[in-house]
Ligand binder design. Structure first.
Ligand code: PNS
Length: 189
C-alpha cells in the first residue's frame, strides 16, 4: 500500500465492470482512492451525476479506502485541492493509449507534480466501455456481465421509463390528430 491519495476521474455514465475492476485494483495500491465524477461534461449524460454517485456508492460500499466525489473544471486543480499525488486511469487496448498519453502529458504540463498511473482492467473487460454499454442497452441488447447487476437494473428501469413516456406521447399525439380531424369534419358540415 502506497502512501498518499490517488484520484480516479471519469464520466462513469454508467459505471461498468471495467471501472469497478480498476477501482478494486487501485484500492489495493493506494492509501486512499478518490473516484471523482466530472460534473459538467459536454456530453448529454444518460444518468445524472446523483444517479452515478448512488450506483458507485453501492458498488464501492465494501472498499473502505475508496471515497466518492464530483468535480468541475480542470482535473489537476481538483486533484491539488484534495492533495492527490497521483491520477489513476485505465488502459484497455492500444486504441486507448494515444488519447490517454495525450491527456497525461497535458495534465503533466498543467501540474508537473501530479503523476498519472495506468492500470489494465481484467482482459475479459478489455472491450467494455460506457459508450458501448449505453448503445447496446438503448437498442434493447443484453449488458449483463458487462456492468454490475445494480447498473443493469438501473439501465433497464431508465430505458423502460423512456419507452413508456415515448408510447404515452405517441398515443397523445394520435388522440390529438383524431380530435382535430373530427373538428375539421364538423366545420365542413
Ligand atoms: O471517463 P472519461 O470520459 O474518459 O473521463 C475523462 C476525464 C473526465 C478524466 C477528462 O475529460 C477530464 O479530466 N476532464 C476534466 C477537464 C480537464 O481537466 N481537462 C484536461 C484534460 S487533459
Amino acid at each position: 500500500m502506497n502512501k498518499g491519495i490517488a484520484i480516479y476521474p471519469g464520466s462513469f455514465d454508467p459505471p461498468t465492470n471495467g471501472h469497478l475492476d480498476l477501482i478494486q485494483r487501485g484500492s489495493k495500491i493506494f492509501e486512499e482512492l478518490v473516484v471523482a465524477i466530472l460534473r459538467n461534461s459536454e456530453k448529454t449524460p444518460m444518468f445524472s451525476v446523483a444517479e452515478r454517485l448512488e450506483m458507485l456508492k453501492e458498488l464501492t460500499a465494501d472498499l473502505k479506502n475508496v471515497r466518492l466525489d464530483t468535480f468541475d473544471g480542470l482535473m489537476v486543480e481538483y486533484a491539488k485541492s484534495i492533495d492527490a499525488i497521483c491520477v489513476l486511469r485505465g488502459i484497455r487496448a492500444i486504441s486507448d493509449y494515444e488519447y490517454e498519453l495525450q491527456m497525461a502529458l497535458m495534465n503533466r504540463k498543467l501540474e508537473p507534480t501530479l503523476e498519472t498511473v495506468f492500470m489494465m482492467p481484467a482482459d475479459k473487460y478489455s472491450y467494455v466501455s460506457s459508450r458501448l454499454v449505453r448503445e447496446v442497452a438503448q437498442a434493447g441488447g443484453p449488458v449483463k456481465g458487462l456492468v454490475p447487476d445494480v447498473v443493469d437494473l438501473k439501465l433497464r428501469q431508465k430505458l423502460d421509463a423512456a419507452r413508456r413516456l415515448e408510447k404515452r406521447l405517441e398515443e397523445a399525439g394520435k388522440a390529438k390528430s383524431k380530435k382535430q380531424k373530427k373538428r375539421r369534419g364538423k366545420t365542413k358540415a
